[in-house]
Design a protein around this ligand. Structure first.
Ligand SMILES: [Zn+2]
Length: 292
């Protein structure tokens, strides 16, 4: 993690008691799932009641709220930030501590200007290099809680189970010169690798074209700088649907309140609902992730 970000985390915690111990009381369980191909897949299940806003957020046609929660003038007055400028685009972002974290040091990286959620592959790659964290993007229709205002999120790389799980997997046929489906994780996920000198936007757009995606509304992405390989590793999830059928189950006993976004697809499953937390099985989790 960049030292300036570590300082931001510390300073925010020192502002007031409200910013400390945000993950206190959040329960977690760890699961391993053995796939028929013999791959071991790790899932972390988290019960986090503060996440009710994002899990239950309306999808599609979400109207831009009258007051955008992440525009600078509407943020809590005690929320600190550092300004960061992406290169070479010159796009300006504010780095904030997420007030409803899933992870320790969970950042929201918010565009300075109010503009719609849309990935800029060069910007997100640049932030991954600067921060040395895993940076993620939720498309407007698959997890972005404020689709009206462009934002990324970031957290320490080791928080995401997929990073280790993917290392034991093989790759399918090439989709482009630097991207292939990952085999063995039993979910729709592409691994793309780029170098520092690559034009990430070109590489990303070539892939989108290859998989016939015309926009990023149903795309989740996680990217990080792999120090030993000296490459960026991208996990790209072209989505079929946002919410699992059991999210809408009429029978409350059957209902599972999970809205898979990048964190979930990377192995960290969040529910705001204690009943879901208590009743869900590892098979349920795996089914949800593999059908997303
Ligand atoms: Zn805004």
């Amino acid at each position: 993690m960049h030292p300036d970000i570590a300082i931001l985390v510390k300073n925010q915690e020192n502002v007031s008691a409200e910013w400390r111990d945000k993950l206190h009381g959040v329960e977690q369980r760890h699961y391993t799932y053995s796939s028929p191909l013999g791959n071991i897949i790790h899932y972390t299940l988290q019960c986090n009641t503060e996440r009710v806003r994002s899990t239950m957020a309306k999808t599609n046609a979400t109207p831009t709220p009258v007051k955008c929660r992440i525009c600078a003038e509407n943020r809590p007055s005690d929320q600190l930030f550092i300004e960061w400028i992406a290169q070479p685009s010159g796009n300006v972002f504010d780095i904030l501590i997420n007030p409803f974290p899933i992870f320790p040091a969970h950042l929201t990286v918010v565009s300075k200007s109010h503009r719609p959620q849309h990935i800029d592959a060069q910007d997100i790659q640049d932030f991954a290099f600067y921060s040395k964290m895993a940076v993620f993007f939720n498309g407007a229709d698959c997890g972005a809680s404020i689709p009206g205002h462009m934002h990324y999120q970031a957290a320490p790389i080791e928080c995401f189970n997929i990073v280790e799980d993917a290392q034991k997997c093989s790759l399918g046929e090439n989709l482009t010169d630097c991207a292939s489906y990952i085999q063995g994780l039993e979910r729709n996920v592409i691994l793309m690798t780029t170098n520092r000198s690559d034009n990430a936007m070109e590489k990303f757009n070539a892939l989108m074209q290859q998989i016939h995606r015309t926009d990023d509304r149903m795309i989740n992405v996680l990217v990080y700088w792999n120090e030993s390989q000296e490459q960026f590793l991208w996990f790209i999830f072209p989505r079929q649907k946002f919410r699992p059928d059991r999210f809408f189950a009429e029978n409350e006993e059957q209902r599972l309140l999970i809205s898979p976004a990048t964190a979930e697809l990377c192995g960290v499953i969040v529910t705001p609902d204690i009943n879901t937390f208590n009743r869900i099985t590892v098979d349920d989790i795996h089914t949800i992730i593999s059908q997303s």
